[in-house]
Design a protein around this ligand. Structure first.
Ligand SMILES: Nc1ncnc2c1ncn2[C@@H]1O[C@H](COP(=O)(O)OP(=O)(O)OP(=O)(O)O)[C@@H](O)[C@H]1O
Length: 591
């Protein structure tokens, strides 16, 4: 989709509002032309010696009316501009975020987080600004046409002279559009690099201090900031100062020429005093229009760069049409998800020959079969790097499988990321991500649940005892990334978040890594006592393995054994050695 079509699509999503915006802009631009027209008529009447008499009051009333109408349209247009600005920026951000959510969760975005955030904020604002200034130019163009029409009725040749700088502006912008875009793209790129670097610095403050790298990092930030400053200056100098100066002097030159000619015409009687008054005052507006028009054209070119930058946030092959599309649902993704899902509570989840290779490596999983029936606890185990996390992430669609099939109740699931989500399935990763907010906010995560649901989820995830010791219980604040909680607490808050939605299938990744043996034992005990809970979990602990209906052992990405723990324990090396973590935990627990 071209930039023109994308801009038009942005207007088409709310034609009524944009028509109102155009009308208000036209009113606010055209009404200021009325006073000069009134004064010109008054001058001509005086010059003719006919006097003003009763007409004076009519002209005065017209003047007051024009001023009031302008003030009213000015207020209206400012309000509508605010709407255009916020809804345009909001739509671009929303569509881009929806596209991010539509891709496999674990796949990295093509650009750093800092650059992505910078694109979402600044580039969406550039496009929103362009939409507002386009509407301003619509009003300004109507003003210019009105002024030129009146001027042409007075003197055609002078009017043509007035128009020349406007065409010059258009031509100059067209010829320099490549440079405008290039300078702007380079300045945006530099701004993105500064944001990325700052984000990295904030994430690694401790590590930088420990490595005695504060000076080096500061120098690098300074260097990137300097590049950003130089490029932004160049872009602004080019698109605003240089082009502005050219247009202003061209318009000024044109205005001077028009005035010289006008004076000579006044002398030979072909132009009246009223005509001169009109030309002088309208020239100011035409000059302003030329500057506005040229700036707006430059902004339009810059917005092309910003649209492309926003489109490139996600490398899903979609084009500008996806960026400017009208949203179809609250999140822009949920509706599609629900439509494609097989219905019915879980009876059996099966996967056959699941295969995934991590990009640029030969590691992953290879031809793994898996079955989880309603009410079962299936535990995946294996050595470090055996492929356990990869298996779970491929299953829930966080990684796009290279081969294999997944079936929910015998119905093939093409896009598991759209189907294996609450209320069917919920997942707790090895290192959970908690948001800034209260423990309650993190457990509910926006779900419409009751207090009893929250308490039950906290009990099942063995968080109840911790909550009792926290200063504000469920209202206790969790810092950025959940850093005020211990690893085990964070993992249990994430588990409670999963449980509060009461999904059919609970998927836990490596619950043993952050829980001591007693807590893990209690967790499995409570979950198993809670009825037909279906769980797929990664664990190394005997307490989980021994309770499992089936243990799956992975080695180098392949399934090497599957069955009840007591049946396969002696023949599988991964199961015969005691887990060192268990030994330490048991020692600490005095067992
Ligand atoms: N993003 C990645 N890129 C390349 N290789 C990866 C990536 N993630 C994992 N791997 C490799 O794939 C293999 C399986 O990793 P995975 O995390 O699934 O193992 P795991 O059994 O969960 O390990 P652990 O018990 O340490 O969590 C490992 O060899 C790992 O190094």
């Amino acid at each position: 989709m071209s930039q023109f079509k994308a801009t038009f699509a942005l207007i088409r999503r709310a034609p009524g509002w944009f028509a109102l915006s155009a009308l208000l802009q036209i009113m606010r631009s055209v009404f200021p032309l009325v006073p000069a027209l009134v004064v010109s008529i008054a001058f001509d009447r005086l010059a003719e010696g006919s006097g003003l008499n009763t007409g004076m009051w009519v002209l005065f009333a017209v003047l007051i009316g024009a001023v009031l109408a302008r003030v009213a349209s000015l207020f209206g247009s400012v309000a509508v501009d605010g709407w255009t600005d916020s809804t345009t920026g909001g739509l671009l951000i929303r569509n881009t975020v929806a596209r991010i959510f539509r891709r496999p969760g674990a796949e990295a975005l093509p650009h750093s987080t800092g650059s992505t955030v910078n694109r979402l904020t600044t580039d969406s604002q550039t496009v929103a600004d362009m939409m507002v200034s386009t509407m301003v130019v619509v009003g300004s163009t109507a003003q210019a046409l009105f002024a030129l029409g009146v001027m042409a009725s007075v003197d055609v040749v002078l009017t043509v002279l007035v128009v020349v700088p406007v065409f010059a502006a258009g031509l100059l912008i067209t010829f320099t559009s490549t440079q405008i875009k290039r300078h702007y793209a380079r300045s945006r790129e530099a701004a993105g690099e500064v944001s990325s670097m700052l984000r990295e610095v904030f994430r690694a403050v401790q590590a930088i201090k420990l490595a005695d790298g504060v000076d080096r990092v500061t120098d690098r930030v300074r260097e990137l900031s300097e590049t950003r400053r130089a490029r932004t200056l160049k872009s602004r100098l080019f698109s605003q100062v240089m082009l502005g100066a050219v247009f202003n002097s061209t318009s000024g030159l044109g205005a001077g020429l028009v005035m010289l000619l006008a004076v000579s015409r006044l002398r030979d009687g072909t132009l009246t005093v009223g005509g001169i008054v009109l030309f002088v005052s309208y020239l100011v507006w035409i000059t302003e229009f030329t500057t506005l028009f040229s700036q707006s054209l430059a902004e339009y070119k810059q917005a092309a760069v910003s649209m492309t930058r926003l489109d490139e946030v996600v490398d899903d092959g979609a084009d500008l049409a996806a960026l400017v599309a009208a949203p179809t649902s609250r999140s822009g993704v949920a509706a599609a998800s629900r439509d494609s899902s097989p219905v019915g509570p879980l009876i059996q989840l099966s996967a056959r020959q699941l295969t995934y290779r991590h990009p640029g490596s030969d590691r992953g999983i290879d031809g793994v079969d898996l079955d989880v029936r309603r009410g079962e606890l299936v535990v995946v185990t294996g050595g470090v790097g055996a492929g356990k996390t990869t298996l779970l992430r491929v299953l829930i669609g966080a990684l796009d499988r290279d081969a294999g099939t997944i079936e929910w109740n015998g119905v093939e699931v093409d896009r598991p990321a759209d189907v294996l989500i609450p209320p069917r399935c919920a997942y707790t990763p090895q290192v959970p991500y908690l948001m800034t907010g209260s423990v309650r906010d993190n457990i509910t995560a926006g779900a419409d649940v009751t207090e009893a649901d929250i308490e039950r989820a906290a009990y099942l995830s063995v968080l109840d005892a911790d909550l009792a010791t926290m200063p504000d219980g469920l209202a206790t604040r969790v810092g950025p990334r959940g850093t005020t909680l211990s690893g085990g607490q964070a993992q249990r808050v994430a588990a409670a978040q999963m449980l509060v939605r009461n999904p059919d299938l609970l998927v836990f990744d490596d619950i043993s890594s952050a829980l001591d043996v007693n807590t893990e034992r209690e967790l499995w005990h409570r979950l198993r006592a809670d009825g037909a809970r279906t769980c797929l979990a990664v664990s190394h602990r005997e307490i989980a393995l021994a309770q499992a209906d089936r243990v799956m052992v992975l080695r180098d990405g392949k399934l090497v054994a599957s069955g009840r723990y007591e049946d396969i324990r002696d023949s599988v090396p991964e199961l015969s050695l005691p887990d060192p973590a268990d030994l330490v935990d048991n020692l600490v627990a005095g067992q």
